[in-house]
Structures are given as C-alpha cells and as structure tokens.
Design a protein around this ligand. Structure first.
Ligand SMILES: [Zn+2]
Length: 415
C-alpha cells in the first residue's frame, strides 16, 4: 500500500525517488518541464512542446516562471536544429551552478561540511574537529551547519537539501529513524534530527558508504561501470551496491553489510548473533594479535604499538613479510565472500575505500588475485578492482547526485 503523501513528508518510492504531492495540473506541468530541461537540456521550448504536447503558450508561461525563479537559464548557443533560420530559440538549461546542497559527513571526532553545486563542484568546505560525545557533537553539528549557511556562495533559497552522511545508521529519507541497534552513540546523537530547524531546508540522512558509492559512480572510480560494489573497512566491513546509477538498498536499507557474511566458526559471537562473521576474522584486534604472535614465534618480542589494521597494511607496504602474509590471508577471506556476490549480481567494479591501502598494495593486490578463484572466468575478465578516487568528497558529490535525482524526477503519475 502506498503511504499517504503530504507536502511535509513526501513518501519514499521503491525506486529510490521522493515524490511530492502536486497540487494541480499546472504544478505537474511545471515539474515535467523542469525535469525535461534537467535530463535533456539545453533544450528549446519547441522541442519541449514536441515531447510534452503542451501548447507553446502554456510552455512560455511555465518557462518564464522557471527563469524568474533562477532554476533555469537561457543559453546563448544557437540550437543545432535552428540551421541559422529564423530567430534564435535560446535553448534552456538548469542553472546548476546556482543550485546546490549542503553535505555533512559525520565521523567519530570530526564533521566534514561542504556546499556543493548541482554540477558536483565543491564550492565551500570545512572540517570541524569535535569530541565524540553526544552533546558536544550535537552542538558542533548545528554550528557547522550555521557556518556553512553563512559562508555558502549559493543563497539559502537555492539550496535544495541538507544531506547528512552517517556511519552505521540505516535510515531512509522521510521515514522514521531506523537506527542500527549497534549504532551506539550515533543513535543518541541523531544527526538528522539535530540539524533540522537550523535552516528552512529539508534534511535527509544516509549511510556514508551509500553516498560515497553514488559519488564514485557519478564522477569517480565507478564511472563507466554498470554494477558496482563499494567496500569500507573500519570497525566493521561495510559497503554499498549501485546498479546502473541506482542504490540497491535492501530491506531496511541494510544491504551490503558485507562484514556479516559468515566465513568460518570462531569462538566469538558477532554483534549480529552469528558466530564467525567476516567482521570477526578481519577485526583489527585479531589481525594485530596474529601479527604479534607470529613475531614472537620468530623470536622478536620488541614492543610495538599498533593502533589498527591500517598500520599492518603500512608495515606490509614497507616490507614486513609477516604483515604481508596476514593480509594475504585476510584478502583471501574477503574474496571468499565478495567473489560469489560478484558472480550472483554480476558486479563489474569493486571500489575499495582508503582503509584497504593502495591499489597495488599488500591488501588490494592479493584480494584481486584471490577473486579469480571465486568469480566465473568470463566475469573476472570484466571485473575491475580500484581504490576510491574521491575520498570524502565522494560522499559530498553523492549528496548532490541523490538530491538532483529526487528534485528532477519526472512527476509521479500516482501523485
Ligand atoms: Zn555478524
């Protein structure tokens, strides 16, 4: 059953687009013209008329309104169909540099905030260091947003959304918060709720990997791929799947929690209730413990402080053979999980976050090599494994790509 649609709380459609209630036929027509200009612009009024079957008189009024609002621009270029005959038709395009979003990427200890225009260009950016406690984090979220609004080169009325990227939270826009039961402090901070009311703008929350994946597919390492899996490796292994530009979210937006794939039984229970998830096998503590034990066995008991698995990757890059061996085993386990998935979903690009180290480094290279054992040979030939090209900027660009998709979606016939 479709949810009731109201202007304040647009329902989220299964196709990952927001639909808004449309008050009148006029509103539907305006939205249709705007969407056409976004998807096919620069486009002339005559071409829009041919596609929509609207009269030129109706169209002229709608276009005047869109030009007046600053959403659309007339271009100076002669349209190719003009053939230099008659008067210039002045095709229309979306005023992309004049419209944008605020993107806030929440991480433990810092909030990365950007103003991004609809071209995906980051027009203002600042990182705010913050204590990872509920109240200071909430205060910092609000002041970071206020700073972005004050400094924004795009006026507030031309900002379409505030997108908040959060780890470990599964929440779809305009749905009640569905917080991962293991999200801990993020569930208490409620970043989306916290920034609501700071500006008269809609706010949406999504997980960092999802937004990074959309950004990478739009303008990063995922370009030209069809079905892409992005993986991150922090406290847990997480991911996002994008198929032909569209996120595969799964029930409750929980898809691609790759770390909860079962590998082999361990003595420890995973937070999900299973025993032997990839998360347990690839936990930083476990990798560090293996490394320490192997060193001791070799007679090396000198004290070394290792923070997490990234340090082991660094050591392996510097020629530490023990570290390289442990990473090769980890890469094998990862390939055991990802390989069958790549086969089933016919993934043609795997993008690894910076947590995995360099593209030809001691984790990524053995991972790619190990995949050969688990992926059909014809698929393996097409499968590329790359590192993220954009880093956090990918999430900022993802916020804009997601927003553009919603705001310029064709009007929904059921609305
Ligand atoms: Zn698990």
């Amino acid at each position: 059953m479709p949810e009731p649609k109201t202007k304040d709380a647009p329902a989220l459609e299964k196709d990952d687009s927001k639909s808004v209630s449309l008050q009148s036929k006029g509103e539907i027509n305006t939205r249709l013209v705007r969407s056409l200009i976004f998807q096919q612009g620069p486009i002339s009024r005559v071409e829009i008329s041919n596609i929509t079957q609207m009269s030129l008189a109706t169209l002229t009024a709608i276009c005047a309104e869109l030009l007046e609002s600053g959403v659309v621009l007339e271009t100076d270029a002669l349209h190719p169909s003009d053939n230099n005959r008659g008067r210039r038709r002045r095709p229309l395009r979306i005023n992309s540099e004049n419209l944008g979003c605020i993107s806030m990427v929440c991480e433990p200890g810092c909030i990365d905030v950007a103003v991004v225009d609809l071209n995906g260009d980051i027009r203002w950016h600042q990182t705010f260091e913050v204590e990872f406690e509920v109240e200071p984090y909430q205060i910092c979220l609000r002041s970071a947003l206020a700073a972005a609004l004050a400094a924004s080169p795009i006026e507030t009325s031309k900002l379409l959304e505030i997108g908040v990227a959060v780890p470990d939270i599964t929440k779809l826009p305009d749905r009640p918060a569905k917080v991962d039961s293991h999200a801990g402090i993020w569930a208490e901070i409620e970043p989306g709720e916290t920034v609501k009311g700071v500006a008269p703008l809609p706010v949406f929350v999504d997980k960092i990997e999802s937004l990074m994946a959309i950004g990478e597919m739009t303008s990063g390492a995922g370009q030209d791929s069809q079905t892409m899996l992005l993986l991150s490796w922090d406290n847990e292994l997480n991911g996002a799947l994008v198929d032909h530009g569209r996120l595969i979210r799964g029930a409750d937006s929980d898809a691609a929690k790759i770390g909860h794939a079962w590998v082999s039984d361990t003595d420890t229970y995973c937070s999900c209730g299973l025993k032997g998830c990839l998360n347990i096998h690839l936990a930083s503590e476990k990798i560090i413990a293996q490394w320490q034990a192997a060193r001791l066995a070799m007679g090396d008991n000198s004290e070394r402080i290792i923070e997490d698995h990234r340090k082991i990757i660094e050591l392996a890059s510097e020629g530490d053979g023990i570290a390289a061996g442990i990473l090769a085993e980890s890469a094998e386990l990862l390939a055991q999980v990802v390989g069958p998935l790549a086969n089933i979903l016919r993934i043609d690009r795997i993008i690894l976050s910076a947590d995995f180290g360099a593209e030809n480094g001691p984790m990524v290279h053995p991972f790619y090599a190990a995949l050969r054992k688990y992926v059909s040979h014809s698929f393996y030939r097409d499968l590329e494994v790359r590192s993220t090209a954009l880093g956090l900027a990918g999430a900022h660009k993802g916020v804009v790509a997601q927003t553009a998709k919603w705001h310029f979606a064709m009007p929904n016939s059921t609305a």
